[in-house]
Design a binder for this molecule. Structure first.
Ligand code: DAH
Length: 341
């Protein structure tokens, strides 16, 4: 009987540990520990055994019972655990979204402007950020002693050259290498000697435009700027030209867009300061002296040009109140633009 008990225990434990369902485990419990089980049967017949056998058999039966109970308990918790962990897999949950980058607001605005001008037949060109004085000033009709240079103080490099103060340099670089007709835009970083605060930075971004052909008129300039304004800030946007001076255009203007926030209706508007207008950029008809410096015949060609800062427009557009944020590389700032169209 001792032998039988040992065997019974071994088989029972083996069977229990091979089970992976609670129902089957319960059946095994009944089979091996239930009222009609062989183990119970042996236990209840202990009293009828010879006294010298009783303690041994009794002890073996107790041990078998304990071993079977332990096996059932541990197998039960194993089955439960597996069931629980598999119930964590909720196939209706969305997948893990890969960590995609988001375009910087200035890049986003650049894409938008490029789209607008491509739609009007303009090509996109790039120019270097480190320039020489000739392309930044002289070729743009701004000789060394010209007072207009005072507004464009910049960083001069030890090896010679400077950091460009505007994207107008790209006009020269393109015209030196191409004959009209020209319809180009260029976007990029510019530098000036500025003390940094919420509205000024020594590094900023501009977009330049240039259109050269036979009989290009001031009306073409106005129409192009208007088309840009309407696509950028809405179809009701109006353009206002104010006369101004730039060395490289004649006549020159500064232009404003009507306020996209209050449409001139609010005296306290934070964007237009109650004027109804937002100063956007400079523009004009290309000065004949500029054509001469690139070898174009000013009697044969006319053209218009414009240059505008991107930060101001991005600030209006996205409600940004500090120009320094653009260049701080703070992910908390950039991430706010990841869901914008
Ligand atoms: N380059 C000028 C600036 O940075 C802006 C500008 C004005 C560009 C008139 C032009 C223009 O092309 O025609 O202040």
């Amino acid at each position: 009987m001792l032998e039988e008990l040992l065997q019974l225990q071994e088989i029972a434990v083996e069977e229990i540990l091979a089970t992976n369902q609670l129902k089957a485990l319960e059946d095994l419990r009944v089979k091996y520990l239930g009222r009609k089980s062989r183990l119970r049967n042996i236990m209840s017949s202990l009293g009828g055994l010879p006294t010298d056998q009783r303690p041994k058999i009794g002890q073996a039966a107790g041990e078998a019972q304990k071993a079977i109970q332990t096996a059932i308990a541990s197998q039960m918790s194993l089955i439960r655990e597996t069931e629980e962990s598999s119930s964590y897999i909720d196939v209706t949950l969305p997948g893990r979204v890969p960590d995609l980058g988001a375009p910087h607001p200035l890049i986003r605005l650049s894409y938008e402007l490029t789209d607008i001008f491509r739609g009007m037949g303009f090509e996109l060109f790039e120019g270097p950020e480190t320039e020489d004085e000739y392309h930044n000033f002289d070729a743009l009709n701004t000789p060394k002693d010209h007072p207009a240079r005072d507004l464009h103080d910049t960083f001069y490099l030890e090896a010679g050259g400077l950091l460009r103060t505007h994207t107008s340099t790209v006009q020269i670089r393109l015209m030196e290498n191409r004959q009209p007709p020209i319809r180009m835009i260029s976007l990029g970083r510019c530098y000036r000697k500025e003390t940094v605060d919420a509205t000024h930075h020594f590094a900023f971004h501009q977009m330049e435009g240039l259109f050269v052909d036979h009989n290009v008129s001031f009306a073409d300039l106005k129409g192009t700027i208007e088309a840009m304004g309407r696509q950028l800030l809405g179809p009701k946007t109006q353009v206002r030209f104010r006369s101004h001076f730039f060395p490289f255009t004649e006549p020159s203007v500064e232009y404003d867009f009507s306020c996209s926030l209050c449409h001139g209706a609010s005296k306290e508007c934070r964007i237009c300061k109650g004027t109804g207008w937002i100063e956007i950029a400079g523009a004009g008809m290309v000065d004949p002296a500029v054509f001469e410096s690139v070898g174009y015949d000013p009697e044969n060609y006319t053209g218009f040009a414009f240059g505008m800062g991107l930060e101001r427009i991005a600030m209006i557009r996205y409600g940004i109140d500090d120009v320094r944020l653009f260049l701080e590389n703070d992910l908390r700032f950039i991430r706010q633009f990841s869901n914008l169209r």
